[in-house]
Every structure is written in structure tokens, then in C-alpha cells.
Design a protein around this ligand. Structure first.
Ligand SMILES: [Zn+2]
Ligand SMILES: [Zn+2]
Length: 358
């Protein structure tokens, strides 16, 4: 079958590979949709990125890439179960599923505490998962059933929405809070939708691209700002006396500082972005204002997935509190995945979430 692999920075190919057979405890899923994730784009740009590779801060040294390349791509997967191995009782052929790809060792201190997404030896979901392909074989424990009300097209967004919902959860948001979201890519838009579902009092969004500002409005933003035309920090300070929570969802030095300075003293900035490099901030923006910076990574997974932000995303779509449709701008064949990556990397792009449809 065909499957999309990363061979190096900027080098994505459709390779012909063997299909895997199901083994004990695994299932085969015929893939209907796989979303292109921001983390896929980062890897496409800079090479394989195990997110917490402490040695280098952000990426594997080029000398070690051979170990990781070619790397299969695609982890935001929805499809139908087409085969089950021995000892699988909770999943049947024909079930509609999406996949929780958080991998964990079940041995480290984080797994012992149920924080599987922080597993020392896992990678928080950015696993070598072969999702841009016709079919994938995974442990049955990764399957999350898709409610009848949710299309597989929308189920493919459960993974990024789970990431966004975790950020909202980490923020401690309550209905009296005004919030600001910096960056309206899929994660920022999911934060908007999640914060709206959580009853945020007022939602500001700063985003340079018009299509993304429109999507933010459709998902629940009250005020959208084009930071190339207006000073977002000044406007937010003037209109809200600074927000109660801000969310950094763009991964740049500017948006991180803007998020800090838009946030009221003593309040919280949640960082959800993958940064491609170190960025400077002024520590006095934290110290003098007693602001807190909170990290948010992936979503609870492993055996806890049914209670996690991932499953919550499916429930919120099922009951209509989140409609992810405004985030989906295109569906493409496997052959067009690389050009979709290229267009998503273009700072002027009108694309938001592109789904591959193998
Ligand atoms: Zn993702
Ligand atoms: Zn672990």
C-alpha cells in the first residue's frame, strides 16, 4: 500500500510499503481521514523532533537522523475497524474509531501517577504512526469509539481538540474570565471553541490571517484582532484592563511576550505551542506582575483516555457544543499531502486544518 514518509527536512514521499497484519491484542483500521498536524509541519521543516529531547533543546542532531528516518507520518486518524487480532474483546470489525496515539511505558514515575502523556519514554502522541496510508495496525487499547452523532471527518479532529481542551483545563478558566488567544491555527481555534464551551465571558483572538480570524469568530471569538494592523496588547489592555487568562498558540517570541503583557497581574499564560527554537522573554514580565506560565502538552491518554480531553472532544462534538467544521479547509489525496504541507507552511496560507483522505 501507499504511505507517506518523512525522508528529511522538506522531503516527504509516498512510499510503497508492506501492510501489517493484526497480531494478538491489535486491530487494523481502514483509515478514512488523517489530519495534518502542526507537529507534522514542524518535523517537515526541521527534521524529526522528539519534543522533549533535552540534549539539544528541540531536535535530534542531524548525525542521528538515520536512526529515525524515513519516519512514517500522520497521527490524527479516524476510520473503521477492518480486522481484529486474538484477545481483543472491546473492539469489533465495523466499529468507527479514532486513535489515541499517546504511547507510554507504564513504568516511569509519570505513568505510575497516571500522567501517561508525560511519560519519560513516550512522546506524547507524536509517535511514529503511519496515518497517511490506507490502513494502520495498532494496539486495540488505542481505539476510542466515535459516537454515532460524530462523522469520521470530525472525529479526525478529536486529537488536536483534545490538545486544546487540555490547555483550557490547565488554565483553570471560569465563566467570569476574559481570555485572549494568540494564534488561530488549529490548536488556537480549538482553544477558542473549548473556552466558549466552558463559558468564558469574553474571547479575544489575535491572528494575522483573515481566514483564521473568520474561523475564530465562527467558533466563538467575540473580538478578533489583526496584529499587523493594530497593537493587540494595547487594544486588549484598553478594552479589558488585561485578560484573566491568555493562551500562546503560535510559537513565536512576539506572541509569547504579547500573551504575557496582555494578561492581568497574578494571572495565567498557558503555552500550548511547539517552538522550533529558543525565544527570548523578559523575566520581569513574570516577576514584577506575578504572572504564571503554565505548560500544556497533549492530553491525558493511555488507560485514562476515556476520561481524557480526547474523549471529551468527541462528546462536545456529539452534543453540538463544538462544531469543528470551520477549521477544515481542504481534504486531499495521499499524493497531494506534500503540497498541502507546503501550503500550510506558507505564512500567507488560507488553509487551517487539511485532512488526508487515503
Ligand atoms: Zn496532532
Ligand atoms: Zn512512562
Amino acid at each position: 500500500m501507499d504511505a507517506v514518509y518523512l525522508h528529511g527536512p522538506g522531503d516527504l514521499r509516498v512510499d510503497t510499503v508492506e501492510q501489517h497484519d493484526v497480531a494478538t491484542g491489535t486491530i487494523a483500521v481502514d483509515i478514512e481521514y488523517t489530519g495534518i498536524c502542526g507537529s507534522d509541519l514542524h518535523e517537515y521543516e526541521v527534521g524529526p523532533v522528539p519534543i522533549r529531547a533535552e540534549a539539544t533543546g528541540h531536535s535530534i542532531p542531524e548525525s542521528e537522523w538515520d536512526e529515525y528516518l524515513p519516519k512514517p507520518m500522520g497521527h490524527e486518524i479516524a476510520g473503521t475497524v477492518s480486522d481484529v487480532g486474538e484477545n481483543v474483546d472491546d473492539v469489533q470489525v465495523g466499529d468507527r474509531v479514532t486513535l489515541n496515539m499517546v504511547s507510554s511505558c507504564h513504568n516511569c514515575r509519570y505513568c505510575a501517577a497516571g500522567k501517561y502523556h508525560l511519560c519519560e519514554r513516550g512522546d506524547g502522541g507524536v509517535v511514529s504512526s503511519r496515518g497517511f496510508a490506507d490502513r494502520i495496525v495498532v494496539p486495540s487499547s488505542m481505539a476510542v469509539h466515535v459516537p454515532d452523532e460524530v462523522s469520521l471527518r470530525h472525529a479526525a479532529l478529536a486529537e488536536p481538540l483534545g490538545v486544546s481542551l487540555r490547555g483550557v483545563r490547565r488554565s483553570g478558566l471560569d465563566p467570569t474570565d476574559r481570555i485572549a488567544v494568540f494564534g488561530a491555527g488549529p490548536i488556537g481555534l480549538g482553544v477558542v471553541a473549548g473556552a466558549a464551551a466552558a463559558g468564558a465571558r469574553e474571547i479575544y483572538v489575535s491572528e494575522p490571517r483573515a481566514t483564521r480570524r473568520e474561523a475564530a469568530k465562527a467558533l466563538g471569538a467575540d473580538v478578533v484582532i489583526d496584529p499587523t494592523a493594530v497593537d493587540a496588547v494595547e487594544k486588549i489592555q484598553r478594552e479589558t484592563d488585561r485578560v484573566d487568562v491568555s493562551f500562546e498558540c503560535a510559537g513565536t517570541a512576539t506572541t509569547l511576550t504579547d500573551a504575557l503583557r496582555s494578561t492581568a497581574y497574578g494571572e495565567t499564560v498557558v503555552v500550548l505551542s511547539v517552538f522550533e527554537e529558543e525565544v527570548p522573554i523578559h523575566p520581569n514580565d513574570i516577576m514584577q506582575a506575578e504572572r504564571e506560565i503554565v505548560g500544556s502538552f497533549g492530553f491525558q491518554g493511555g488507560p485514562l483516555v476515556s476520561q481524557s480531553e480526547f474523549a471529551t472532544a468527541l462528546d462536545l462534538i456529539a452534543d453540538g457544543r463544538i462544531d469543528p467544521e470551520p477549521m477544515i479547509t481542504e481534504t486531499v489525496s495521499l499524493d497531494a499531502v506534500e503540497s498541502a504541507f507546503e501550503s500550510l507552511r506558507d505564512p500567507e496560507t488560507d488553509q487551517i486544518k487539511v485532512l488526508a483522505e487515503p
